[in-house]
Design a binder for this molecule. Structure first.
Ligand code: TA6
Length: 312
């Protein structure tokens, strides 16, 4: 079984604006819709759309949390979120104008999780995780979440002999890297922050990856428009160039990329096959207007457009 854990759930309020979003101007909207916010929630949606069983858990609250669960269940997700009384799952505001140059994202911090509720999540995972399961932590915890509690949750996954998959940054990434995770997926900025160096060329990224390849079974560094760079613990590395697409809304594309990675590793595909498939899923997401869907019928042709080069 695959478990996804979103410690700071969100509902995305998608606001579509006429023309180009402009300061000091009455920017009129076409529509306002609500969708599933990230991050591991999107991994669960991707897996469900791929008909791969999974359980989505983490923390939620109030009517926004209930809306998120409703939207996820409509997409076939098995939701087992822990609701905290008198709190609301936050809203992320995603503004999309007619320029097709990407969205404007405005996020709220999210509510503080009580020790009682953290323990509830710990015992949920403790009673469900089995050897060989996958557990995906994606997205930073809400402000004030104790780092030692985060570490306790990740350590539990390893103690249960499940595969630990982590898409997180800063001190949370450092905690994950103590545990030899199956993969970590920092973006280019989060990776530079981790290695405490400014990196510009792909070769500079490869050079730094080689110094840390021993602390994760797979490093996958997303490089924005340049695609992604992946390195196995063995040092084998691939540069992935995504397909050229008409981007409509890139929100969630990184999370769906992670969903594609988890789906293929779960099916014991090679890293190269995994990267090809995941890049196609992420690209398909970016072609959609919402935050939480991709078009499975597009995957086959998108995979053919993905360029993968062995660089080490
Ligand atoms: O990655 C996309 C997304 O999850 C959006 O759906 C939006 O909710 C935002 O990112 C939340 O980001 P954060 O880093 O605050 O968890």
């Amino acid at each position: 079984m695959i478990y996804t854990v979103t410690l700071n759930t969100a509902v995305d309020r998608l606001v579509r604006v006429k023309g180009e979003l402009t300061r000091k101007h009455n920017n009129q909207t076409y529509s306002t819709t609500y969708d599933i916010g990230g991050k591991a929630t999107h991994v669960s949606v991707a897996l469900s759309l791929l008909n791969i069983d999974n359980v989505a858990t983490g923390f939620a609250g109030g009517h926004t949390g209930e809306l998120m669960v409703k939207l996820m269940e409509e997409k076939g997700c098995d939701c087992q979120f822990i609701f905290q009384d008198n709190e609301l799952t936050r809203e992320s505001i995603i503004v999309i104008d007619d320029t097709n140059q990407g969205s404007f994202m405005i996020t709220q911090p999210g509510f503080s999780i009580s020790k009682e509720k953290i323990d509830e999540l710990y015992y949920f995972l403790e009673s469900h995780l089995c050897e060989g399961d996958y557990c995906v932590f994606a997205g930073a915890p809400p402000a004030g979440f104790p780092i030692e509690e985060y570490e306790r949750l990740l350590e539990l996954v390893v103690e249960k002999k499940a595969h630990l998959c982590v898409d997180v940054s800063r001190e949370y990434l450092e905690v994950a890297l103590k545990l030899n995770p199956l993969f970590v997926k920092p973006n280019e900025f989060e990776f530079q922050e981790y290695v405490k160096k400014e990196l510009n060329t792909v070769d500079e990224f490869i050079e730094e990856l080689e110094k840390v390849t021993h602390i994760a079974q797979n490093w996958i560094v997303s490089l924005g428009k340049r695609g992604s760079l992946a390195m196995k613990q063995s040092g084998e590395a691939y540069l992935v160039t995504p397909p050229k697409i008409q981007e409509v809304n890139e929100t969630g594309a990184g999370d769906f990329f992670v969903g594609g990675i988890v789906s293929q590793l779960y099916l014991n595909k090679s890293l190269e096959e995994t990267l090809r498939f995941a890049s196609a899923v992420g690209a398909s997401k970016a072609m959609q207007t919402d935050s939480s869907s991709f078009e499975p019928n597009d995957i086959e042709w998108l995979e053919k457009e993905v360029k993968i080069e062995r660089v080490k």
